[in-house]
Write a protein that binds this ligand. Structure first.
Ligand code: AMP
Length: 441
């Protein structure tokens, strides 16, 4: 129960209003420590409820402040505009019974309007590092009264080359009392370096055993002969699968546009989202999907992070993501907050090795699925070394729709219990993992 936390009554009222009853594992682990003012390094996947895990303690810190909107008191840095928008919304929902105001600064929005917003001085500022620095350099942003800094999806910010900007912005907050760093993965040397620089003796909460990934999401693969065949499979799935909303991931913008074009030509209500789209198009795509005007989003990984759309229950990997972590982020879009989801990866000859390395990385084996209406000739290599079994040797089951399935059970994995997250004091506890093989295509 949320009432177990020492949260201000105005925040508990909002929590109740939003029908949050049971805290998720990351909330149960992080909120009490964050409320004590500790620096935290939290490894938790998207969809785990991590936003509330930092928003509530930040609001709690500010709720009794006598002087509102005089100085910026909290800074939340994150990698993408979409994530910033979602986080801002979450703050506004939790702050609805308080006088706390939040503002947002991201690229792709009007610079002058942002400067005007900054003159009104929000209590909490959310945004992406690049534009935040531009506003700082233009003299529009003062951060010396910031008490708490949150770095959300820090691993992603590093991947996107924001490490110097993040560090500079942290240095602009010399009076901060607390820093909270969240990442979906345990990251590499770059993340460790940043942790060493910006966090003070952090507690490390590891809620993200990758093999614990999306308990509510079934993971399947369907083999395909070539990209055109993959498109046929996609169209079959969109027409026949039971789902509320679907997202199709590609590795390139060109492929996203191509699939989108073909879907629209077949009268699917689809949208496309990738880095070439301007901010207006991106907002529109996400809004349409949220409101149900479009059921299908074709996207590159730019949309994979932080996208939180209710009812997104089907993820199709048209192209296999290039790493296990990217796979985790993509399918983290579905099965959120305990809902059911289905993730289907389409596998050509050249994708097979990558797919099996991701299976090993996740310590799971994906369900092999064959759809007779769109069955091709490729069905995987004859022998699979990891298990020593030939693909297709297992007895085939037939489901309600007549699709054949080769059931593959999840391998038992060490799973941290919700009440007992893995905690290390040094903040650098390593997670053993195997690097996926490079994409063969
Ligand atoms: P996040 O990982 O923060 O993006 O959260 C994923 C989704 O779960 C969001 O839609 C949240 O509003 C929702 N959520 C987070 N925590 C809870 C909770 N304790 N109870 C119900 N829904 C939650």
């Amino acid at each position: 129960m949320f009432s177990q936390f020492a949260l201000h009554e105005r925040l508990l009222k909002a929590v109740a209003e939003l029908n949050f009853v049971e805290p998720t594992p990351v909330q149960a682990a992080a909120i009490p420590l964050a409320l004590q003012g500790r620096d935290l390094r939290v490894t938790a996947q998207t969809g785990s409820g991590k936003t509330a895990a930092f928003v509530l303690p930040v609001l709690n810190r500010l709720v009794d402040l006598k002087q509102k909107r005089v100085e910026i008191r909290a800074l939340i840095l994150l990698p993408t505009r979409e994530l910033a928008q979602q986080t801002l919304k979450e703050i506004e929902r939790f702050a609805q019974f308080t006088f706390i105001k939040a503002g947002m600064i991201t690229g792709g929005e009007d610079f002058k309007e942002q400067a005007a917003m900054l003159r009104k001085v929000p209590d909490i500022l959310v945004g992406t590092p690049g534009r935040m620095l531009e506003q700082l350099n233009a003299g529009n942003l003062k951060l010396e009264h910031v008490q708490v800094v949150v770095l959300d999806e820090a691993d992603r910010m590093l991947d996107m080359g924001f490490s110097d900007d993040v560090e500079r912005l942290c240095n602009e907050c010399p009076n901060r009392e607390q820093t909270l760093l969240f990442s979906a993965t345990t990251g590499g040397a770059g993340l460790r370096e940043m942790i060493g620089k910006v966090l003070k003796t952090p507690e490390h909460l590891m809620l993200n055993n990758v093999s614990q990934l999306s308990e509510g999401t079934r993971q399947q693969i369907i083999t395909a002969d070539h990209n055109q065949h993959k498109e046929e499979i996609v169209q079959w799935l969109l027409a026949n699968e039971t789902y509320q909303k679907a997202i199709i991931f590609t590795n390139t913008r060109v492929m996203a546009d191509r699939i989108y074009g073909h879907l629209v030509a077949k009268d699917f209500k689809a949208f496309v989202l990738h880095g070439d789209k301007d901010q207006k198009d991106r907002k529109l795509a996400i809004e349409r999907l949220k409101q149900g005007g479009a059921k299908v989003l074709v996207a590159t990984d730019v949309a994979a992070r932080g996208l939180d759309v209710d009812g997104l229950d089907l993820v199709i990997n048209f192209d296999m993501p290039r790493s296990g972590d990217e796979y985790v982020h993509r399918i983290g879009r579905t099965g959120r907050a305990g809902n059911e989801g289905l993730a289907i990866s389409l596998i050509c000859h050249g994708d097979w090795n990558l797919m099996s390395s991701i299976e090993r990385y996740l310590k799971q084996s994906f369900e092999r699925r064959v759809i007779k209406e769109v069955k091709g000739t490729y069905s995987g290599p004859k022998k699979v070394k990891a298990s020593g079994k030939a693909v297709g040797v297992k007895k085939k089951k037939t489901d309600k729709k007549g699709d054949k399935k080769v059931a593959a059970k999840k391998k038992p994995a060490n799973r941290p219990k919700a009440s007992a997250p893995l905690v290390s004091q040094d903040g650098l506890a390593p997670l053993k993992r195997r690097k996926p093989a490079p994409a063969a295509e």
